[in-house]
Ligand binder design. Sequence first.
Ligand code: RET
Length: 237
Amino acid sequence: MTTAVGPESLWLWIGTIGMTLGTLYFVGRGRGVRDAKMQEFYIITIFITAIAAVNYFAMATGFGVTEVMVGDEALTIYWARYTDWLFTTPLLLLDLSLLAGANRNTIATLIGLDVFMIGTGAIATFASTPATRIAWWGISTGALLVLLYVLVGTLSEKARSKSAEVASLFGTLRNLVIVLWLLYPVVWILGTEGTFGILPLYWETAAFMVLDLSAKVGFGVVLLRSRSVLESAVTPT
Ligand code: RET
């Protein structure tokens, strides 16, 4: 089950290499961390980039790609994005939740909304008429907006009860997530999936690669930068 991959494979290979290097870097940083609570951050973050690395590899080698007919037009669909996002976006939210000291209900709400968002986004991607594609995109984007609302409300309030440095790190990561995550539905709708034909597949693939590397490797670098901040995050106050 392999499909010919076009010139956009350049970006998919850069994504594969970037995610692999990110994984190795986080493994290196995590060595020697003994505290079980602190290890959680490293384990989660390592899985985020490792899962992305294999999905990028699947896309670059033509496994993670298929065609979807919309009317009489055949769209090239990189489905492995969705298997990547389905697992990695909940893990990113888990990192943020642990940092903020969120309770179980808040974590479940965030991850529930997230899976709902990626699931309905996948339906949008495979739907066979432009109108239904846009409708599912709207449903998925609605879930994203509610998710970000919880991030800004409940989760930020939780983080404020932590030490000043943890609250500040949380604020940085939260803002990064807000900006980057909002760009995904924009790239989707302007790209080939949106069927408006504004952004060709080549540039869409480049845009998703830059977003994915920033949202995963960039996020992880900022999160794991300071051991002392993480230490204070896992110390009960
Ligand atoms: C889709 C299309 C439908 C509308 C929306 C989307 C949102 C995707 C998001 C993806 C985030 C991915 C991340 C990857 C990790 O690096 C599915 C594109 C709202 C928010 C952060």
